[in-house]
Design a protein around this ligand. Structure first.
Ligand code: CMC
Length: 429
């Protein structure tokens, strides 16, 4: 007999089915709970709630395991290319040589953004945050491609939307950076690979050919892979939620970018560097800042520490830490901020507060050090995260559409005023 969970409510016992995942993860299926008992479950921040079943990414936070479609993240980061991993996330299998060539060709074909879109950029203020620009521009892509408004059935238009998104995001991201600098926008060069093309649009000038350093290309490729998916995190859940109303994919991705921007999620990578710089400018007294992070009356938190699901170590942070040492070595960079990061990690990892709460460095703690080393400006860090996360968001959206999931609509327990009658303004005290 299959496993069930028993719940006793008002003296009556109900049996609820237990669902087991392919890696042995267990869930109590409460989908009929309300109709059968009148009760709902309450779980602020969804700390214990599975919002879906998914075959894309497996994560074991206790053991520090992360796999895309079954492949360990360590192997993908070591040997794969970002577009190969994007294909894997979207289609469930690694591409063969012909499939990859075709996929890369489709991405190249769509890399230009419509000339009219450049006018949009003109009106952002020159210090607009690139994440705000990116989210707005991705959303406005839907106005250029009206056929993308039919997201609920797999069609050529949907597939084209997916190619367009993966192809145009680096172009839009680079333009948002050039906008900040007041430099001319660069057209994509489709003779280049995905990562090289992005670097060309970021650092190239019409007057001068930019030749990327292979060390930089390799580092960026790795970082994009490490960020490519992370199952039902805040931004992926946002993409699925927006998409569940059958809003178009551009809008859903734009919402995902907005969710990622927050400092508790992807925005933490910018905050980490700003925090390390503040500590350095303040004289480098790390104990003082660790104490501030522990003080419940102080809003300061150690950015880059702690994770909702990793309670032992973040496998992405371990890979990034190793490669940051190699990259800085290869590029001959001696970054004083890295020294502060190392000290901070050392002190925090020995501190009871962090040990008891299982707070370890997360992916954002060291990624900023690499971005800095390869010349990415701090305000672009979260944009880099978004570029990496894009295939994961699309894969999550695609799965949700293909599985015909219902519209996301949580319930609540109301705690407001009970019924009362309207009082005309003249009679109010
Ligand atoms: N510094 C100091 N205390 C912390 C930190 C931190 N970075 N993170 C968590 N805590 C404390 C928190 O105050 C709480 O203490 P207590 O039990 O005494 O009230 C306890 O640890 C549990 O924290 P929580 O906020 O309930 O945990 P959560 O799962 O809701 O939040 C988190 C996870 C990532 C939002 C949080 O750890 C945090 O704010 N970290 C800093 C921001 C950050 O680095 N975010 C990037 C996450 S990785 C990239 C991504 O995938 O998004």
């Amino acid at each position: 007999m299959s496993e069930t969970a028993k719940i006793i409510l008002e003296g009556k016992t109900y049996e609820l089915p237990v669902v087991t995942g392919s890696e042995g993860e267990k869930a109590i299926d409460i989908s009929k709970l309300r109709s059968e008992t009148g009760y709902i479950t309450l779980d602020l921040g969804y700390k214990n709630t599975g919002s879906t079943t998914s075959a894309i990414t497996f994560l074991d936070g206790e053991k520090g395991i992360l796999r895309y479609r079954g492949y360990p993240i360590e192997q993908l980061a070591e040997k794969g290319s970002f577009l190969e991993v994007a294909y894997l996330l979207l289609n469930g299998e690694l591409p063969n040589a012909k499939e990859l060539e075709e996929f890369e060709g489709n991405i190249r074909y769509h890399s230009l953004v419509h000339e009219d879109m450049k006018h949009f950029f003109q009106f952002f203020s020159s210090n607009a945050h690139p994440m705000g620009i990116l989210s707005a521009m991705v959303s406005s892509l839907s106005t250029f491609y009206p056929k993308s408004q039919t997201p609920n059935r797999p069609s050529k238009d949907v597939i084209r939307t997916i190619y367009r998104l993966i192809a145009k995001m680096p172009t839009l991201a680079a333009i948002s950076y050039k906008k900040n600098l007041g430099q001319p926008y660069m057209y994509p060069d489709n003779s280049l690979g995905y990562v090289e093309n992005f670097l060309h649009m970021m650092y190239g000038m019409p007057t001068e050919k930019y030749v990327p350093d292979p060390v930089v290309v390799d580092a960026l490729n790795k970082l994009l892979i490490l960020h490519a998916d992370h199952e039902q995190n805040c931004s992926a859940s946002t993409v699925r939620m927006v998409g569940s109303s059958q809003a178009n994919l551009y809008s859903a991705i734009s919402a995902g970018i907005a969710a990622l921007w927050g400092p508790l999620h992807g925005g933490a990578n910018q905050k980490v560097i700003e925090m390390l710089e503040t500590i350095r400018n303040d004289g480098g007294d790390i104990h003082k800042w660790v104490d501030k992070a522990k003080d419940k009356n102080d809003p300061f938190r150690l950015f880059g520490f702690g994770h909702r699901v990793y309670k032992n170590f973040d496998p992405r942070a371990q890979i990034i830490k190793r490669s940051s040492d190699q990259i800085l070595g290869k590029l001959g960079i001696n970054d004083p901020v890295l020294e502060i990061a190392r000290h901070l990690e050392e002190i925090a990892l020995k501190d009871d507060y962090f040990i008891e709460r299982k707070l370890y460095p997360n992916v954002d703690f060291y990624s900023g050090i690499i971005y800095r080393a390869i010349g990415i400006p701090t305000r672009m860090f979260t944009v880099m995260f978004a570029l990496g996360r894009l295939p994961g968001w699309i894969a999550q959206w695609k799965e949700m559409i293909e599985d015909k999931e219902p519209i996301s609509r949580p319930r609540q327990i109301y705690t407001g005023a009970n019924k009362r009658d309207y009082v005309p303004i003249a009679q109010r005290k």
